[in-house]
Design a protein around this ligand. Sequence first.
Ligand code: WTA
Length: 649
Amino acid sequence: MSTQSLYKVPSEIAANAHINEEKYKKMYQESIVNPEGFWREHGQRIDWIKPFTKVKKTSFDDHNLSINWFYDGTLNASANCLDRHLEKYSDKVAIIWEGDDAKDQRTITYGELHKDVCKFANALRSQGVRRGDVVTVYMPMVPEAAVVMLACARIGAVHSVVFGGFSPDSIASRVIDGNSKVIVTADEGVRAGRIIPLKANIDEALSHPDVTCVERVIVLERTGGDVNWEEGRDIKWDTVMETASEHCVPEEMGAEDPLFLLYTSGSTGNPKGVLHTTGGYMVYASMTHEYVFDYKDGEVYWCTADVGWITGHSYMVYGPLANGATVLIHEGVPNYPTPSRLGEIVDRHKVNILYTAPTLIRALMAEGKEQFDKFDGSSLRIMGSVGEPINPEAWRWYNEVIGHEQCPIVDTWWQTETGGILISPLPGAIDTKPGSATRPFFGVQPALVDNMGNIIEGAAEGNLVILDSWPGQMRTVFGDHDRFALTYFKTFRGMYFTGDGAKRDEDGYYWITGRVDDVINVSGHRLGTAEVESALVSHESVAEAAVVGYPHDIKGQGIYAYVTLTRGTVESEELRQDLRKWVRKEIGALATPDLIQWAGGLPKTRSGKIMRRFLRKIAANEVTNLGDSSTLADPAVIDVLIESRLNRS
Ligand code: WTA
């Protein structure tokens, strides 16, 4: 990388930042040489009921996996986000909420949030929720979503938030996996002027004959729209809150007691329930929030992620609230009703820290700079990016048009599994390069390995692994510890495998190149190709399907499906639309294939394995150098697929 592409840390940021370059180097070194001592010190940043004496007991040996942090301490996550701020900050705004319609505005102080959380915690108890129970949460982007999460944490229940864009089938499989007795939802959500039928989706999910565990559905009124009501099962939010007491002593939880479950896609099978525990997660989420965004007391912080994703958990709820920040929650999308909405929100609420995703930046970019002519943006100090690699062009546009070349950009690489940010610049410490997530956070030891698992040193490209545990790491796949070991620790023995590929340059900066497994990343949303395939083949007209990602200007990756129809079925545009609708219904809108190519046959080895690398290349319109096809049972299949490929750009 030439030094021309280096963006220096602005000097006034360096002078006032929590961490400057020298401090970063010293602390990083210490965190690796003496993790015990380092985390013993930084584990104190949160409030413990019973202080921990043990810091770290971890092993990445797949036969003897163990991940334990601060494990003899006790605490409560909601008390860390609320109670501990009350003395000083009872009247400080915890949440600024702006509705989909900008006329809808609310502010909630820490005092009020505490009261609501206590009441809802008691309400959950009154509906039979006990410590350790899984509560499914299917909510729009309203402050009550955070209230529910914190209320669960308060009584030691485990929340499992399901993104509002997922279908009834997806809800059902998560409810069954978590054996959830109670669901919290709203009548309807509102997003970009459209109504999302949340309660109707829950009703449909619960009509699934295999869902037998649910006893109660608590329904918040968001729109007042007409919804079905099942007496005895459904109960209104206002009804359960009416009689609930404002006093609720936080449960004393072990550091390694579960805090939440969040399902995420992998390269095989159904989405996995990623389990995060309490102590290490809270330490890591709050510490990364403070240092990566250089968060300072009194700042307004806006993360555009939906609460249904890990970013919404760690950097909209737990991290910033543990730090006593003022968090902006926006119900809708930042480019509705016009692309200027993002700038209007920043200016209206004097946002200091903005955390968003490359897909949004590219969508805004496509609308043209003029959309931001009236944007002031002088409140902004730090800007973040997350979810997928950010292309240098989008990085520069973000820097120029939104940041006015005054705001360091933190390109944060991490995963649902990691709980918090692992690789990112720190604004006052690390010069940035457009497209690079730069350097590891404290305690994080990334490495690159070749396909045999040999560590490669220096400037190189390889599979990205992490060599030792960090406190925010997931602890298991809910109900399937073997799958946890198999997925993350067996590919490369003794290392955590991220599923991502990366390059490291001569300055030691990391550049994430994207997934190296069968996971695709559509607008920052993870999707397993196997999930889309199994949705497709469950359609009566589909005999076989293979799904791959292909480069997409706005979404990063689009979904490209090769479909073989059952004998006698006629290919038609109507059927194509039908299949798109089908996948949407099975999984959710985010899984809808962008392109469906009819395939008389798929490239397979003699033993019947689909050779995806050919399919990826054809979908990407890279058809000149496909590589060796001699192992294929029928190499002629390739020519036919090339001939009728759908992406010619
Ligand atoms: C990708 C989201 C490049 C990556 C927090 C990872 C990124 C997957 C970045 C996790 C980034 C996330 N640069 N790639 N800054 N951030 N990714 O679990 O492929 O929804 O493995 O977590 O997103 O997606 P997940």
